[in-house]
Design a protein around this ligand. Structure first.
Ligand SMILES: NC(=O)C1=CN([C@@H]2O[C@H](COP(=O)(O)OP(=O)(O)OC[C@H]3O[C@@H](n4cnc5c(N)ncnc54)[C@H](OP(=O)(O)O)[C@@H]3O)[C@@H](O)[C@H]2O)[C@@H](O)CC1
Ligand SMILES: Nc1ncnc2c1ncn2[C@@H]1O[C@H](COP(=O)(O)OP(=O)(O)O)[C@@H](O)[C@H]1O
Ligand SMILES: [K+]
Length: 495
């Protein structure tokens, strides 16, 4: 099933991918470059800035530069002035670059970098086609100088395939082009998903250039990019005879004094994700005094006679606090006979008492944000090391780690890494992680496998954030995400 997801291929394998696709399909490398440029231009023409008059295209000596030449040719029309700055002389450029150079229309104003003295107009578009995935050594000083200069001028900045200077598979070790948009070909390069590259990547668009799925799938079985078109396959189908029991009984444990909102949000989210019955077990001395925001939620009062096996799924942690009785916590983990969702203070407790991991049911889902991850697993020097640590942890303890943030990583116990595509920065608001916990617990309770619950939970959560932010922008709060959950099912055509 995972084969349907888009694989993320290592930068060093892209050349091989091209070659094998060229061989397999009979297409020429020139036509593949033409497809890349054409698909970029199709994307470009739909953007709000496409009517801008002045376009600067900077081209390096390789095939990324070749893409830039195709783009310059296809963008040329009577209403635009295209200035093309070549970084190298033709003798140093790739064969496909040279071929496309000779196809440039005379209206494109071609300037060698050494002769380029002109200032860039404020209202321009700057297209970076200097280096793609073929960067193989530290930037020579004139490239550094160019990138520094471009990073300081105004205008809309777009990187073709990858911002020049960024390595495809690891963290940057020097300066790189700072794009507002990165239009990457066929699949996202791994480094475009790293938080430390937010400034360089800008908004990410993945552009299909027609390389067949079979060809791409042959190159990676480990890293995948999760998109809306993948989701339907992971869902369970309900029918007209389905009853409340089929939709699951969910128990959410957490919510101490001052933090009861967390468990409320998780419970409300579970209901909106489709759970039949949701019970909250707040950790306060008189749970019946507990104020819930939603009448459909049930409240469990006692601590000792909680029959955990009567629930289809259990999530522990939102707003729980870490001053809990550890024996009680062990008893809960010990008694639950199916995978649990562990979030927030549930994770902090694991970090404080690693022995608790021995009690965690196999295939449980742990949902740390970066700080919680650091507490649980340790410090990392960059995101590449962090995602490796997440996978090592998932494999070693046979759990699913959901490392939250932009492009949330789902690290599976068999080593697969799935990066999410949905969501946006407006989701960085109090309680949005609690919403995710409730959604995953809901899918688990509806008898989804832990893998499918994690995949559906993460994707729908991000999509709900996108939908809610269309009207709320910066003012979006976690409850808005919950209210948008039903629309995610409509949008993804899941009934
Ligand atoms: N399937 C796909 O995805 C498709 C990919 N396509 C496109 O191809 C791009 C990859 O092209 P690519 O392999 O030619 O590499 P690219 O990034 O242009 O750079 C290589 C050149 O830069 C040079 N060079 C390297 N480092 C340097 C440095 N630090 N400082 C100075 N020079 C340096 C290097 O020099 P050399 O090592 O040869 O001396 C060579 O000349 C890819 O990103 C995408 O845009 C599409 O066209 C079709 C489908
Ligand atoms: N910039 C972003 N892009 C996409 N998703 C984001 C972004 N920032 C936060 N999120 C999502 O919002 C949620 C925040 O969770 P968390 O940090 O646990 O919040 P809280 O503790 O307030 O509930 C995560 O699911 C995360 O993936
Ligand atoms: K580039």
């Amino acid at each position: 099933m995972t084969n349907m997801m888009l694989p993320i291929i290592a930068g060093k394998d892209v050349k091989q991918l091209d070659e094998s696709y060229i061989q397999f399909s009979g297409i020429s490398s020139i036509d593949l470059m033409e497809n890349a440029g054409r698909s970029f231009v199709t994307w470009y023409e739909k953007q709000s800035f496409s009517s801008r008059k002045h376009i600067y295209v900077f081209v390096g000596p390789g095939n990324n530069g070749g893409d830039g030449l195709v783009i310059a040719r296809l963008l040329q029309n009577d209403c635009r002035s295209i200035i093309l700055v070549c970084m190298e002389v033709l003798e140093k450029c790739s064969a496909d670059f040279v071929y496309n150079f000779h196809r440039l229309p005379i209206e494109v104003n071609v300037i060698g970098y050494a002769n380029w003295t002109q200032e860039i107009e404020e209202n321009s578009v700057i297209i970076d086609a200097v280096f793609g995935v073929g960067i193989n050594r530290p930037l020579a000083s004139r490239y550094m100088y160019l990138i520094q200069k471009l990073n300081h001028v105004g205008g809309v900045k777009i990187a073709v395939d990858i911002p020049s200077g960024l390595p495809a598979d690891y963290s940057k070790n020097s300066i790189a082009f700072q794009a507002d948009y990165t239009a990457t070909f066929q699949f996202p390069k791994l480094s475009l998903l790293f938080p430390e590259h937010a400034r360089e990547v800008g908004e990410l668009a993945v552009i299909d250039i027609g390389i067949s799925e079979e060809s791409v799938c042959r190159f990676s079985k480990q890293r995948f990019f999760l998109r809306g078109i993948d989701i339907k396959a992971y869902h369970k189908h309900f029918h007209k005879f389905s009853h409340k029991g089929d939709f699951g009984k969910v128990l959410l444990i957490g919510g101490t004094i001052g933090k009861t909102g967390a468990i409320n949000l998780a419970g409300y989210a579970a209901l909106r994700t489709g759970s039949g019955l949701v019970t909250l077990a707040p950790q306060i001395s008189d749970p019946y005094q507990f104020q819930t925001i939603v009448p459909e939620l049930m409240i469990f009062g006692g601590k000792d006679d909680l029959n955990l096996r009567g629930f289809d799924s259990v999530a522990i942690g939102p707003g729980m606090g870490i001053d809990v009785d550890i024996d009680w916590f062990v008893r809960i983990l010990d008694e639950v006979d199916k995978p649990v969702v562990l979030d927030a203070d549930g994770i902090n407790l694991l970090a404080r008492y690693p022995k608790l991991l021995d009690y965690l049911p196999k295939n449980s889902i742990i949902t740390p944000h970066l700080k919680e991850f650091e507490r649980l697993v340790g410090k990392s020097k960059d995101h590449l090391e962090r995602i490796q640590m997440a996978s090592d942890f998932a494999i070693h303890h046979q759990v699913i780690i959901i490392l939250k943030g932009a492009h949330t990583l789902i690290a599976m116990p068999d080593g697969r890494q799935i990066f999410n595509s949905s969501g946006n920065q407006y989701m960085a608001t109090a309680g949005s992680g609690d919403v995710l916990t409730g959604m995953i617990a809901s899918f688990l309770g509806q008898s989804y496998t832990p893998e499918n619950a994690a995949i559906c939970g993460v994707y729908h959560h991000g999509l709900a954030g996108e939908i809610a932010s269309q009207t709320k922008y910066r003012g979006m709060i976690a409850s808005d995400i919950i209210n948008a959950i039903p629309k995610t099912f409509v949008q993804l055509d899941i009934i």
